[in-house]
Design a binder for this molecule. Structure first.
Ligand code: ZN
Length: 388
């Protein structure tokens, strides 16, 4: 029970349990005896408390929700494979579900998870050019296995320490979705993640028109539901269509269907894209085969959001030639620079520019060059930026 934090009495006490590695490590040491028990994987969803002096909604919060996976293996290679596989899964989720381009990479020694042999992360650029570490995967080597006595008998009957991993993605990612795609009107949700992919707003004046438009809306809804599209008809009374348009725009619904008496007569509807405000994002489609048209439009929006975020990141990523250019680059976004691998050099970069080494991308250009800061030989290109 935590009653005080930062030297002050908390308004509400926090009831917490120790960090998962201790609980998982203890349990694994009981559950694992033989090579036959391996590999072992547990995934849990739970709340985490982190002491943050300056909180920021979704990005840095006193309490957050996440999934965390923990595995134990017989060999280093298996553990490394698992660690990298999870990095790939997080990358796939970010790119293909959330439409957020991310850079998968390795963390420098100073940014590694305490007790890990290697930490990998996916790094995303927010709409203000700042970096957000959006998911991590750790190869814990035998460090935790030794601390918690997680051992197994190998096939030759010898007692060995396991190789373990852990990895997680949190509600922080919701912050990434908001900050990468959103605009001054509010949220813009990628269709693949949106709880409501489509909202139908009926437009009418008289009761007669209302009956007509509601009937047509119902039929459209049925067609969309049949095609597994998440759709809502806004039948609220006493609110104008304009109010409803704004309301759903704020909530980030990717696609709006407008339907009035004239549309019913013509057998068509208006599709309005959230990501393209105004006339530019509007089109007329037939009510016949509406599910197909909507599916196509949602796929277009999903791709457009990714393309826009990628173009933004590219525009705000520079390859500085000298330190002065480096300073300008990290003010605007990412600097892609050669780095010598020395922790002291990394620390000096941080002190003089306030930029941190986000990751050493898995994709490397190869060759060698001089470290942007100290000029020593460098084989790796790293991504630097200011981070949340
Ligand atoms: Zn250096």
């Amino acid at each position: 029970m935590v009653t005080h934090g930062g030297g002050e009495k908390l308004e509400e006490p926090l009831v917490i349990r120790p960090t998962s590695e201790t609980i998982i490590g203890w349990a694994y040491s009981k559950w694992i005896q033989s090579y036959r028990d391996l590999p072992l994987l547990i995934n849990q969803w739970n709340s985490v408390v982190r002491w943050e002096l300056r909180t920021k909604l979704f990005l840095r919060t006193l309490e957050f929700f996440w999934q965390e996976g923990h595995t134990a293996h017989a060999t280093y290679d298996e553990a490394e494979f698992e660690t990298r596989q999870m990095l790939d899964i997080y990358t796939d989720f970010a790119v293909n579900e959330a439409a957020i381009p991310v850079i998968p990479g390795r963390k420098s020694q100073s940014e590694r998870f305490a007790g890990a042999d290697a930490t990998y992360s996916i790094e995303a650029m927010m709409g203000d050019g700042k970096a957000l570490q959006s998911g991590t995967s750790h190869n814990l080597g035998q460090n935790f296995a030794k601390a918690f006595e997680i051992k197994y008998l190998d096939q030759g009957g010898a007692l060995q320490h396991c190789w373990t991993t852990s990895w997680g993605l949190s509600t922080r990612f919701i912050g990434a979705i908001i900050m990468v795609h959103g605009d001054d009107q509010g949220l813009i949700l990628p269709p693949r993640l949106a709880p409501h992919q489509v909202v139908i707003v009926p437009i009418f004046k008289t009761d007669e028109e209302k009956a007509l438009v509601f009937e047509a809306s119902k039929k459209i809804r049925e067609q969309l539901v049949k095609a597994n599209i998440r759709v809502k008809v806004d039948e609220r009374e006493g609110q104008s269509p304009g109010f409803k348009f704004n309301d759903w725009e704020m909530r980030g619904v990717p696609l709006r269907i407008e339907i009035g008496p004239k549309d019913v007569a013509k057998g068509s509807v208006v599709l309005a894209r959230r990501d393209k405000p105004g006339k530019e994002g509007k089109s007329f489609v037939s009510q016949e085969g509406i599910a197909e048209s909507v599916e196509k439009e949602l796929a277009t929006i999903q791709k457009a959001l990714f393309d826009r975020a990628l173009a933004f990141r590219d525009q705000h990523t520079h390859e500085p030639k000298n330190l002065q250019e480096f300073g300008v680059a990290v003010e605007q976004g990412f600097a892609k620079s050669r780095w010598c691998g020395d922790a002291k050099c990394e620390e000096q970069i941080k002190e003089s520019t306030k930029a941190t080494l986000r990751c050493i991308p898995m994709e490397q250009p190869g060759g060698s060059g001089a470290c942007i800061f100290c000029g020593k030989p460098s084989n790796d290109v790293a991504i630097f930026g200011k981070a949340y």
